[in-house]
Design a protein around this ligand. Structure first.
Ligand SMILES: Nc1ncnc2c1ncn2[C@@H]1O[C@H](COP(=O)(O)OP(=O)(O)O)[C@@H](O)[C@H]1O
Ligand SMILES: [Mg+2]
Length: 499
């Protein structure tokens, strides 16, 4: 694009300059050659005749007339006072010429009519254009005459309006098609993008720019690729939201239906009232949890880089303590030893719910008497919470999908499982913090290996810097020093505990 327009402009400029120079040169040349018909002797003859018959006024008129007719010739009439007869300023080189040629030389030698005969006449004297001549007025005063031929530069020729008009016309003729081509080269791709943008605006999310445009290597190609990428993401985004909405509606339906059924049964007063009331209460809880999780997910989607001072070690510790009751009820042990403080920037509530979701999955899926291993490690930049359970893991093909909202592994035993929102909340939290969550099957022998879920979060300590950044932490730890040391999880301890 750049080179094409550069070349076009350059060629256009070159054409205009070349034509302009040629035109002015030819006009100047014509003016100069027009002097070929003149000779200084003829001119002096006219001048002396006029001086004799009409005096100063005649000469003045003559100079003006000559000026108009021959733009390549200037005639100066200099009186004894050294002034031009027409009051014009006398150029320095004309003055030099006058000074270097004594008046006597001209006047003595050339005074008198006979010398100024026509060049064809036998008495003709060959005069030089460059020598100052003299004419004598009737008053007896003598005027010196200086010719300045070929004085018109080529640029003087521009003074003629015909030349100017011709030049402007040529410039127009050269630039108009160039600009038209240039405008078309820019307009067409822009219209392509505009068309796609309008389609997108009226809800056609599959609108993309023309393929020929996005394949271009220039800035417009880049713009169209960026536009397509944006449209792609918008489409994904909207589709994900539509799916979420559909799923929420769908998930609300079954507990509501069960609720209605229980209400119907309760009305029959057939002795199962308490049972129905229990069901109603349970469905109410499910609905509450579903709505709460959906809201949490939506809120996390709009959250970006929460920056409260939190201690991840304290959060994990709290979650594990809360989980011990549920674990012991299922006969599952949790291996976790409080690590050093891991200060970082984040949102306490959402980090807590993320770790809780991973841990509760691990407890729920672990076999009885199994061990859930929780570890926390950190370096200066990142913190990693890892939870490994003693369950069956997740089929490899479904590993990537367990983070999608409402996705549940089909083969899994439905032992009080949720709606499939837990891990999507974890992922939304990780993303809001600029981190990620990963799941992998540990793949140990004799069904020992369960699912290992890792939550990796940037600590974002450096950005804060200084003491003020750390003042936000309530715990009186020396966070700066600890931040440098890796906080190693208690896996070794765990292995010793393990049966
Ligand atoms: N530790 C785990 N071991 C085996 N399967 C798991 C584990 N954690 C999650 N899953 C599977 O991933 C799916 C999604 O989990 P999650 O989003 O937490 O939904 P749910 O609300 O069912 O707990 C679950 O249906 C479950 O089958
Ligand atoms: Mg869950």
């Amino acid at each position: 694009m750049f080179w094409r327009s550069f070349l076009a402009f350059w060629l256009g400029m070159a054409a205009i300059v070349a034509v302009g120079v040629a035109l002015t040169a030819s006009v100047a040349w014509q003016r100069v050659t027009s002097l070929d018909r003149l000779s200084p002797a003829n001119l002096m003859q006219d001048a002396s005749q006029l001086a004799r018959l009409e005096g100063e006024t005649g000469l003045r008129r003559w100079v003006q007339a000559m000026d108009r007719r021959y733009s390549a010739l200037r005639i100066y009439l200099v009186g004894e006072n050294g002034q031009d007869l027409l009051g014009r300023e006398i150029p320095l080189r004309v003055r030099d010429l006058l000074d270097s040629t004594p008046e006597s030389y001209a006047s003595d030698a050339l005074r008198g009519m006979a010398y100024y005969a026509a060049p064809s006449s036998p008495d003709a004297v060959r005069l030089s254009w460059w020598e100052p001549q003299s004419v004598v007025l009737p008053s007896g005063e003598s005027l010196r005459v200086v010719f300045q031929p070929y004085d018109a530069s080529q640029w003087d020729a521009l003074g003629a309006w015909q030349v100017l008009v011709a030049l402007i016309a040529i410039a127009l003729v050269v630039t108009a098609p160039l600009c038209w081509l240039l405008a078309r080269a820019v307009n067409k791709p822009v219209q392509g993008i505009q068309h796609a943008a309008r389609l997108l605006a009226v809800g056609r999310l599959d609108a993309r720019t023309p393929a020929a445009l996005s394949g271009r290597g220039d800035a417009l190609g880049q713009l169209s690729r960026d536009f397509d990428a944006m449209a792609e993401r918008m489409q994904d985004f909207v589709q994900a939201h539509e799916a979420l909405l559909r799923n929420v509606a769908h998930e609300l339906r079954s507990p509501l239906a069960r609720l209605q059924l229980s209400v119907e049964l309760a009305r029959r007063k057939d002795g199962t009232l308490d049972l129905q009331l229990d069901r109603i209460a349970r469905e109410g809880e499910r609905l509450d949890e579903l709505v709460g999780n959906t809201l949490r997910l939506a809120r996390l989607g709009g959250m970006t880089l929460p920056a409260d001072a939190v201690d991840l070690s304290e959060i994990v510790d709290q979650v594990v303590e809360n989980g011990r009751f549920e674990a012991s009820a299922r006969g599952v042990r949790i291996a976790w030893h409080v690590a050093n403080a891991v200060p970082m920037r984040g949102d306490h509530a959402s980090l807590e719910s993320a770790v809780e979701n991973i841990l509760r999955n691990a407890i729920r899926h672990s076999r009885q008497d199994g061990l859930v291993q929780v570890s926390l490690s950190a370096d200066a930049d990142r913190a990693r919470v890892e939870i490994l359970d003693a369950g069956p893991g997740v089929p490899e093909a479904e590993l990537a999908r367990i983070f999608q909202p409402f996705y549940r592994v089909r083969s899994a035993v439905p032992t009080g499982g949720g709606a499939g929102l837990g891990l999507s909340i974890v992922q939304a939290c990780a993303r809001a913090h600029g981190g990620e969550v990963l799941a992998a099957n540990a793949g140990g022998q004799d069904g020992q290996g369960g699912l290992r879920v890792s939550l990796v979060l940037p600590r974002r300590l450096a950005r804060e810097g200084g003491a003020s950044g750390r003042d936000g932490f309530a715990a009186p730890h020396q966070f700066a020093a600890e931040a440098e040391q890796p906080v190693v999880g208690q896996l070794q301890m765990v292995q010793r505990d393990a049966p």
